[in-house]
Design a protein around this ligand. Structure first.
Ligand code: G3P
Ligand code: CA
Length: 229
């Protein structure tokens, strides 16, 4: 089972900052999960929310700001140092020479950024890290677009409610990876997914006990803020 650092090593470092990714690597995580949005000038940046209000000392939507405007803000204003917003390119360059996996969550469930899927996939391919990247999204259309652009890509359907309906679409679209909230993963649900040869990635696993249980039950990936092993 692989363990991915949720938004980087976010239990100890500011989420989705370069610091959080470097520390996750040093800690021994197998890779990272991160969230991608698109700026006004078409740059791919790593941040969870659609706005910078919660995680920086600025305010406003990513879609309304250019990368150079965004770079003025500190993405950990409570900390001592300055933590600029990272780009997807910077993170992918970091993993180029390392044995790390990156789960890129395409954050299109609230705002559908024009052509973001193509831009992400093309960047991944241009940097030669295709084998180290998996894609996920709560927004099914984004996953289907990724598959259209890159038919062999790993696409995982993120889910936190309406499980029955979402699993039906998973089967309908022949998607072979499911990324549910960890609370969904009771033994019988795991068995059903495994019987259907579905790869399982659980988030956000809260403690060692849960980590061990999911490992015993054969979950493939866990995504967590803290490192367990
Ligand atoms: O990819 C798993 C998890 O990150 C999905 O939820 O809200 O943390 O992006 P969220
Ligand atoms: Ca995420």
């Amino acid at each position: 089972m692989l363990i991915l650092a949720h938004r980087g090593y976010s239990a100890k470092y500011p989420e989705n900052t370069f610091e959080a990714f470097v520390k996750a690597y040093e800690k021994g995580f197998d890779g990272f999960e991160t969230d991608v949005h698109m700026t006004k000038d078409g740059e791919l940046v790593l941040i969870h929310d659609e706005t910078i209000d919660r995680t920086s000392n600025g305010q406003g939507y990513i879609k309304d700001m250019t990368l150079s405007e965004l770079r003025k803000y500190n993405f950990c204003y409570k900390c001592k140092g300055f933590y600029p917003i990272p780009t997807l390119k910077e993170l992918l360059e970091f993993i180029q020479d390392k044995d790390l996996l990156v789960n890129i969550e395409i954050k299109t469930d609230k705002i559908q950024y024009k052509d973001i899927e193509r831009k992400v996939v093309e960047l991944v391919e241009e940097l030669g890290v295709k084998e180290k990247v998996i894609y996920s999204s709560f927004y099914l259309k984004s996953l289907l677009k990724v598959r259209e652009i890159s038919p062999q890509a790993y696409i995982g359907y993120l889910c936190e409610n309406n499980y029955k309906k979402k699993i039906e679409s998973l089967f309908q679209h022949q998607i072979y990876a499911f990324h549910p909230r960890h609370t969904y993963l009771r033994e019988k649900n795991i068995e059903m997914l495994k019987k259907n040869k579905i790869f399982i990635a659980a988030w956000t696993v809260p403690n060692l006990k849960k980590y061990q249980r999911l490992k015993e039950l054969g979950v493939d990936i866990i995504i967590s803020n803290e490192y367990f092993k």
